[in-house]
Ligand binder design. Structure first.
Ligand SMILES: Nc1ncnc2c1ncn2[C@@H]1O[C@H](COP(=O)(O)OP(=O)(O)OP(=O)(O)O)[C@@H](O)[C@H]1O
Ligand SMILES: [Mg+2]
Length: 400
């Protein structure tokens, strides 16, 4: 029989009539050969309050419940019992079929008609009640998980939308501000135009900070366009080495403040068909990370490659990244450092990965905590064959 395979069941019998209780216990003992270790262990309570106390004293697998007790009667008994033990299945013992059905509406799993109860029927009803309760529990958990997942997805979507709107609103005024500051530096910043060194210093601070704000707003804009699929590459002949040099020059102030230097090695020029602005962002994001997390140590940048692929490596000797975080940091908002110690939005590497991917390239990371990190970016020089304007080399007639 199926229920014989069930582990021993702890059943709470709530029954005020001592004769009924005795009958049931005797029938169970007979069926189980009078052994204590049978498939059902019965605990007897005579009233609802005793039942509650028994449940407090130890968990039960199921409750066999008579509806007419000294301290509760009718379907209210089911409701109260269910409230006291919402996760324990209840099988009602009743003289009336109608009351049994009502009990099910109140949360009971099943009912048995008094007088017709034999042990096998009882065991089967209890087994099914427990199984049904377990399935309901699982279904509830699944629903809760689904709801939590949907709420989390919605929160991310709301954050993306907010950031996208905020980025659009921020970008225009900040970019205008930066242009004005640069024009002020030209007009009043230099001693020849009457600017004092204090004025120059202040203007440079404004310039540096507004450049940083422009970069932040630009990253946010880029992320929303990468996500929305409004993302097209505009390829042209670009010299990777020249862009690295340009980006490095633009980071002069950050480098001075951090104490790091950037040493550029490798090819003197390496041209490919790439999206210039996007490549600039890839390099900016990798270099600003190397500066930020580079513990003031020198940073090595190498540009090398073959006829088919350009390889850029950025190596720092800074804090490094624990192995278990290395994959995740390429996702949006993922960071592996305390926010209070290092500012940032966790978007830089996501943008790198998406841009490199759109070019048909790859990005790899090797890092050891405390020793430093090397980011390697590989970019096909002609781009994916389908959009390459340069004809691919013809294969011989015998090639497959
Ligand atoms: N060179 C590096 N050395 C150590 N950790 C790094 C390095 N580059 C990235 N990380 C880790 O990866 C995380 C993600 O980097 P990412 O550039 O995406 O975001 P961020 O630098 O935190 O913020 P931002 O969006 O301003 O770039 C960082 O928060 C940091 O924990
Ligand atoms: Mg970064």
């Amino acid at each position: 029989m199926a229920f014989m395979r069930l582990p021993r069941l702890r059943v709470l019998l709530v029954e005020d009539n001592p004769d009924d209780a005795r009958l049931l216990r005797r029938a169970l003992d007979r069926e189980q050969g009078g052994q204590q270790g049978g498939s059902i262990t019965l605990t007897h309570a005579r009233r609802l309050s005793e039942a509650r106390a028994a449940l407090d004293a130890g968990a039960m697998d199921a409750i066999l419940l008579d509806l007419t007790l000294p301290d509760s009667s009718g379907v209210m008994t089911v409701r109260r019992m269910h409230e006291a033990a919402p996760e324990t299945p209840i099988v009602v013992l009743t003289g009336s079929e109608d009351l049994g059905i009502e009990a099910i509406h109140e949360g009971a799993q099943d009912y048995l008609t008094k007088g017709e109860v034999d042990v096998q029927l009882l065991q089967r009803a209890l087994g099914y009640a427990i199984e049904r309760q377990r399935q309901q529990e699982q279904a509830r958990e699944l629903l809760n998980e689904q709801a939590a997942r949907m709420a989390a997805e919605e929160a991310v979507r709301a954050r993306d939308e907010f950031l996208s709107v905020a980025a659009h609103e921020l970008y225009t005024p900040i970019a205008a501000l930066q242009l004005s500051v640069q024009s002020l530096i030209r007009d009043f910043g230099a001693p020849s135009t009457g600017g004092t060194s204090a004025t120059q210093r202040k203007l440079r601070i404004i310039d540096r900070q507004s450049a940083r704000l422009v970069r932040l707003a630009h990253s946010l804009l880029e992320v929303s366009s990468l996500r929305s699929g409004r993302f097209e590459l505009s390829r042209q002949q670009v010299d990777l080495v020249a862009i690295v040099a340009e980006v490095t020059a633009g980071l002069e102030a950050e480098l001075a403040r951090s104490g790091s230097t950037i040493n550029l090695h490798g090819e003197r020029s390496l041209v490919g068909l790439w999206d210039r602005d996007r490549l600039e962002q890839v390099i900016t994001n990798l270099l600003t990370n190397a500066i930020k997390y580079g513990s003031s140590q020198p940073i090595d940048v190498i540009v090398s490659g073959t006829a088919a692929t350009a390889i850029l490596t950025v190596t720092d000797h800074g804090i490094g990244i624990p192995q278990e975080r290395q994959q995740r940091i390429f996702s949006r908002y993922e960071r592996a450092v305390p926010a209070r110690q290092y500012g940032g939005m966790g978007l830089g590497l996501y943008i790198v990965a998406r841009i490199v991917d759109a070019h048909g390239g790859f990005v790899r990371l090797e890092s050891q905590p405390g020793k430093g990190s090397t980011f390697t970016v590989g970019l096909p020089r002609l781009g994916p064959p389908s959009i390459s304007p340069v004809p691919l080399p013809q294969r011989g007639p015998h090639a497959e």
